[in-house]
Design a protein around this ligand. Structure first.
Ligand SMILES: [Zn+2]
Ligand SMILES: [Zn+2]
Length: 161
């Protein structure tokens, strides 16, 4: 179940025509199933949605866990809500608890820049790749990423748990 409100905005996107991906690596292209015109088929994973009795639920177009995953990527409010739910604002690096925490991608999303659509690594967009950092630690990490830019060694190794 998504933590943020599953708004009617998402219902309005049902049956939309597929658009070409604009190449923005922060918002990866949606799967073909997202553009389905068929009810009862999940717009994220493309599989059928079943009722408890095993028949197809034609009133739904999302599995709950798929909606959760989808919103994590495309809805920054949901991203923060899920991260807060897991970390409660505690910095993953120094352990401090601060009201102004930052959501950080352990493996920087920018590494997906210039990657072809079919080669995108979806693990970059998962909750496992997100961590809570305090302002100070986030700044240090961002600075070290800028310094390492262009070098081969991925910076995130230092930062993963
Ligand atoms: Zn699904
Ligand atoms: Zn910290």
């Amino acid at each position: 179940m998504p933590l943020s409100r599953w708004s009617s905005r998402h219902k309005k996107t049902f049956g939309k025509k597929k658009e070409k991906w604009d190449g923005n690596f922060r918002l990866p292209p949606k799967p073909d199933s997202y553009y389905t015109q068929t009810k009862g088929s999940c717009r994220w994973c493309g599989k059928v949605i079943l009722k408890e009795d095993g028949t197809i639920n034609t009133r739904k177009s999302w599995h709950e866990e798929c909606a959760t995953e989808y919103l994590l990527i495309y809805h920054s409010g949901e991203q923060r809500a899920q991260l807060w739910n897991r970390d409660k604002g505690k910095c993953n690096h120094c352990g401090c608890e601060n009201r102004t925490w930052h959501a950080d991608h352990i493996k920087p999303l920018v590494e997906q820049k210039h990657v072809k659509e079919k080669d995108l690594d979806w693990s970059y967009y998962s909750l496992d790749n997100l961590q809570t950092l305090c302002k100070k630690c986030h700044r240090i990490k961002t600075n070290s990423e800028v310094k390492l830019k262009g070098k081969r060694k991925p910076v995130y190794k230092k930062w993963s748990k």
